[in-house]
Write a protein that binds this ligand. Structure first.
Ligand SMILES: [Zn+2]
Length: 224
């Protein structure tokens, strides 16, 4: 049986977890002493969230490069663009570009947070010529944007929005090709197994089939 792959989470649970630790080196070091629990496998993503930026961005970058190099840090993020952030889009794009550069240098995938800035995001993907995988997490937007993201080679991760039958994520899930799909529980208080069950009901496939799909994608994207 394949484990659950939880591509983006803020709390560890069953399966393979990519735990978001922000820019926190201290957190990763503390995490190194995490007690091993059967059925749980923990890796990390390190990055600067666009809602946590300050105008300079500078001090946030201090140390992030070293942390990102750690072996158990397997992704850069969540990073991205957020129209709600008090920081202007141009500054956000600059700070994202630095993180794209870091991801390229380390050959680690990006976990992307994007709110109301998808055209800017896609433009950046093109402009940077980035060749590492970009995984848009928590996707819950419309069909047109989903098609654009897929056309530009991005991976799509869907989470707790699947529990709401009126959500875009619920309605559009079947449009995501198996080889681009990930699932997550993010910061929601819902077990990853519940997300997989919801997705399996929508796809009308067994949970084990979904676990195999996301495990294959995980192996491919993270070179496991
Ligand atoms: Zn998150």
């Amino acid at each position: 049986m394949n484990p659950y792959v939880n591509i983006h989470t803020h709390h560890v649970g069953e399966g393979i977890n990519i735990l978001d630790v922000g820019e926190g080196k201290a957190w990763v070091e503390k995490e190194e002493k995490r007690e091993w629990i059967e059925g749980q496998n923990v890796f990390y993503s390190v990055g600067i969230h666009p809602m946590k930026l300050n105008e300079s961005g500078e001090n946030l970058f201090a140390g992030i490069e070293d942390t990102a190099r750690m072996e158990k840090v397997i992704a850069i993020g969540e990073c991205g663009l957020d129209r709600r952030s008090p920081i202007g889009m141009k500054t956000q794009e600059e700070i994202l570009a630095v993180q794209v550069g870091l991801a390229e240098a380390l050959r680690k995938p990006l976990i992307i947070h994007c709110v109301k800035a998808y055209s800017e995001l896609i433009a950046m993907k093109r402009r940077t010529g980035s060749s590492v995988p970009w995984i848009v997490h928590g996707y819950n937007n419309n069909e047109q944007i989903l098609r654009q993201l897929l056309n530009h080679g991005l991976y799509i991760s869907v989470g707790a929005a699947l529990l709401d039958s009126r959500s875009n994520a619920f309605r559009l899930l079947r449009m995501i090709p198996a080889e681009r799909l990930f699932l997550e529980n993010d910061d929601k208080e819902v077990e990853i197994s519940v997300i997989y069950e919801a997705a399996s009901a929508i796809f009308e496939v067994d949970v084990e089939v979904l676990k195999e799909i996301t495990r294959n994608n995980y192996n491919k994207v993270f070179g496991k």
